[in-house]
Design a protein around this ligand. Sequence first.
Ligand code: UDP
Ligand code: MN
Length: 349
Amino acid sequence: MQLWNGKTLTVILLSALLLGVLYCYISQSYRVVSLGSVWEEITADGRSEVHIESHQFHLVAPDSLQYKQPSIVSGRTDVVTVTPWLAPVVWEGTFNPVLLDSIYKPQNISVAVTVFAVGKYVMFLKDFLETAEQYFFVGFNVHVYVFTDQPTKMPQVKMGSGRQLTVRSVPSSKRWQEISARRMELIQTLIEEKLRNRTDYIFCLDVDSKFHGRWGTESLGGLVAVIHPGYYRDDRSQFPYERRPQSRAYVGPGQGDFYYCGGAFGGLLQEVHQLAKTCRSNFEADAKEGIEAAWQEESHLNRYMWINKPSKVLSPEYLWQDFKPRNAEVYIVRFSGVVKNYAEIRPNV
Ligand code: UDP
Ligand code: MN
């Protein structure tokens, strides 16, 4: 006796397909709902208002979790762990990674990463991607976007479960300043075209670097900046901000909190979109007047962060430099720029 005739089989297959599509749709909308939503509104007078209706401030921990009692009177005293506007400064010893992961895991968050490898910088991709697999948001949904002018030179890197890699082609350039500066524009368009409503957080990182230790949920926040390892003990007058008032990246004497890195920043998608859009348009407006800020987009980022205070600040553990001996307060180097010969790898000097 024939149990399944062609018609029944078709009906079953179609129903399965329908159920699959329905499941994907429901789980996607549930995820967005579960994290809350962020949107931008243009007001009648043309101003942009960002609304964040996020549950990120509602931190739900699992009832069963047991961990070391946090102290309110002892902790790190060798470093500052909070800014004057009360944003945490993340140092080893200030957070419990197991607790944080168990808070964020049920939220099923997704994290995008952008990295640029143009010209000879493709040589850094392999180590960057392989070490990211070992240390960057392990166990979470991570989508790495590589922007390169040589997609054929992409290294083969095995991505763990829940982790994806996408390659986007970009034109080559004869000036490293331009490559570096165009990143803001490309980040802005990536967010607008691909990530909106799909990704919760984004980090934008330099490719000439490697991970050496955990970089995870402790780094999540609205607007996240990393303290530059080269200047964090210096007086603000020594910071290499753009000092010409004609530039839109200008930071005046007596201004500026910290000197932040252009090589690592991130946060909630909408916050990073606002940052990238602003830095890009200021950079382009400067360029029209023949001005290029001292450290290109890093200068614009520093100006932006002076006005728009980061809600979380990552210590120099999150972007050290391999040529620099580790200072005593840096218990762990999590991410670090490799030593490179500028004359050899940049298209111009
Ligand atoms: N970059 C690139 N090709 C270049 C120059 C720069 O892809 O020829 C990208 C790359 O992602 C690099 C970033 O721009 O990490 C910033 O440049 P670089 O690392 O040279 O600046 P530094 O960290 O030395 O200030
Ligand atoms: Mn770099």
